[in-house]
Write a protein that binds this ligand. Sequence first.
Ligand code: CA
Length: 248
Amino acid sequence: MIREPGGRAQYVDSCKTKGKPVRILLIEDHARLAGFIRKGLKAAQFDVDLAAKGSDALEDFECVRYDVVILDLGLPDIDGLELLNQLRAKDKAIPVLILTSRVQLADKIGGLNAGADDYLTKPFAMEELIARLHALLRRPYATLGKTLRAGNIELDVVAREAHLEGCDRPLPFSRRELSVLEQLMRRGGKVAPKHLMEQSLYGAGEDLSSNSVEVLVHRVRKKLTDSGANATIHTVRGIGYLMTTDEE
Ligand code: CA
């Protein structure tokens, strides 16, 4: 989609390029951030249309079939969650990743619960956004939701609670330990690079010492073992951490 200032949107068929690029609708009103995200996504071979307003996004959504939507919650003309409802009314299955500041997240947790497939808090690492988009696109639509699963562990990413399958009592993780667990689970059996885990924890406004991730992983590992979880965290020396389940 090319949008001339003040002009009508013009559809450009990206399928003319080789293969079928994944089409992303990026809804973000902060021009510099939007430009940065678009550049990063294009470098990762995604096809990106940018909408700076909710009304533009709805118009784009009418004429292009997108594979995934990235949605900023703070938009100039419409509340991001209201826009999410409207997009969902048009396409129930479209994966939506919300970009939000932590303050907004606290305010909107009920709404996120209702309709987003994933969220990322600002600031974030481009590499993490890309990893999450790939994860969203890999998941069959039927399993999209707010719960991550690995072995017998279930993590509700909105309620910020982890528990074992069939057991209502939450596992005794601190907020930062849950963040570490979430990153390992999101990787779905692939290595979570330590530097990305650090960035994500720093992004949450945490003050970390250099071995914080190691300490957190150690605690998470112990709590999983003590609780009878059937997942194991392996250290991949010099790179990061990997979670595997007994089923693998
Ligand atoms: Ca905004």
